[in-house]
Design a protein around this ligand. Structure first.
Ligand code: F6R
Ligand code: MG
Ligand code: MG
Length: 365
């Protein structure tokens, strides 16, 4: 059975500030999803949140980038925005950069990750969602899952994974894409994906079967809007088990937190902390950045689950370490490398400050 899994997300209003989603907004989204399921457009759905981001997880048989599915998501975000406005939530409708839907939600503000595949006898699906960080935050985790034998022992000892994986990498500034085969081309690939603010891993494919293994949202809000309007807060879908990394191999990259861009005003480096869904409430200095993870088994497109994967005690140490890293970064205050380098600040106050100071610069002797 061919099924499409669409994860479409948007920040339509924060409660309190940008720290959490209001239950009424989530409930309103649930009403829209329930109706679409009743009408037969959706096979199944799950509505959740990561911090201030509303997450629509939908299964259907319309294929990727389907207008009806994208319109459903858009209408759901508009309805959520109305609730947010009524409650005077913060930044109501902040990610809806357009006034009206125009056929495809991509480029309109919300983030999308979609994949169509033949459902396997047992189809294990892992969905990552992040808050207070940008597209590109999945580069290192995806590299570890699908190309690093120190993370994924299956690459070494599982016959059905030994051929490796193909990575599709997008240059989000030049709107170009390129594919790399791992392990043969990992050194070339790392030159690019090691710069996640520009090169973003969009998708990963099994090299033997060509099957889709992972897909991420690559929308860059600042590039769409031309100014800072909130961070991308990306999502990522990973198929797991069998010819794909096991659940534990998919989760393992998050056991050792690393620094990502985002956090306060989208302008800082901070640790990506793996947390349960209820703990995705970034508060300290509007952070630190969070990642949540839910898992499902698919049964004829029905979402059996979710399991809240980072609720596991085994991620306690990662959380503690992330808090220590947060402390270490915070002591830099407005200095790099806590604050982002200048070229990454071009979508914040930088241009105005530079305009104001322009006439005051004089030549050095
Ligand atoms: C970061 C984020 C917050 C806001 C900050 C200011 O992604 O959402 O850190 O940038 O709280 O928010 P505004 O400008 O909405 O008052
Ligand atoms: Mg927000
Ligand atoms: Mg957010």
């Amino acid at each position: 059975m061919s099924i499409t899994l669409s994860v479409i997300k948007a920040d339509v209003g924060g409660y309190v500030g940008h720290s959490e989603s209001h239950p009424d907004v989530i409930a309103k989204a649930g009403e829209y999803m329930a109706k679409a399921k009743k009408d037969g457009l959706l096979v199944d759905y799950h509505v959740t949140k990561c911090g201030d981001d509303l997450q629509l997880i939908m299964t259907h048989q319309q294929g990727e980038e389907d207008e009806k599915i994208h319109k459903l998501a858009w209408d759901t975000f508009v309805a959520g925005t109305e609730v947010a406005k009524k409650l005077k939530l913060h930044g109501a409708g902040q990610d809806l950069l357009s006034d009206a839907f125009s056929g495809n939600i991509k480029g309109m503000g919300p983030g999308t990750a979609e994949m169509e595949f033949e459902e396997r006898a047992a189809e294990t699906i892992i969905i990552f969602m992040a808050d207070k960080t940008s597209a590109g935050a999945w580069n290192m985790p995806l590299y570890k899952m699908f190309a690093d034998p120190f993370n994924t022992i299956g690459l070494v000892i599982a016959e059905n994974m030994h051929t490796g994986f193909t990575f599709e990498v997008h240059d989000v500034k030049e709107h170009k894409k390129i594919t790399f085969n791992a392990p043969d081309e990992i050194y070339d690939m790392l030159v690019l994906i090691g710069a996640p603010s520009r090169y973003v891993v969009k998708a990963v494919y099994h090299r033997g079967t060509g099957e889709i293994a992972a897909v991420s949202s690559t929308q860059k809000l600042a590039l769409i809007a031309g100014r800072y309007v909130g961070k991308d807060d990306p999502v990522c879908i990973v198929r797991s088990q069998g010819q794909f990394p096991a659940v534990g191999e998919v989760l393992e990259p998050f056991a050792t937190p690393v620094l990502v861009e985002g956090w306060m005003r989208g302008s800082h480096m901070g640790p990506l902390m793996p947390v349960s869904i209820p703990d995705s409430t970034p508060s300290r200095f509007d952070g630190p950045p969070r990642v949540v993870c839910i898992g499902f088994q698919l049964a004829g497109g029905s979402l059996v689950g979710p399991r809240d994967m980072f609720a596991d005690k085994a991620f306690d140490l990662a959380r503690e370490e992330a808090n220590l890293m947060a402390d270490m970064m915070r002591r830099h205050g407005p200095f790099e490398p806590h604050r982002l380098p200048l070229d990454e600040m071009e979508y914040t106050t930088m241009p105005q400050v530079m305009r104001k100071l322009e006439g005051r610069f004089t030549d050095l002797e």
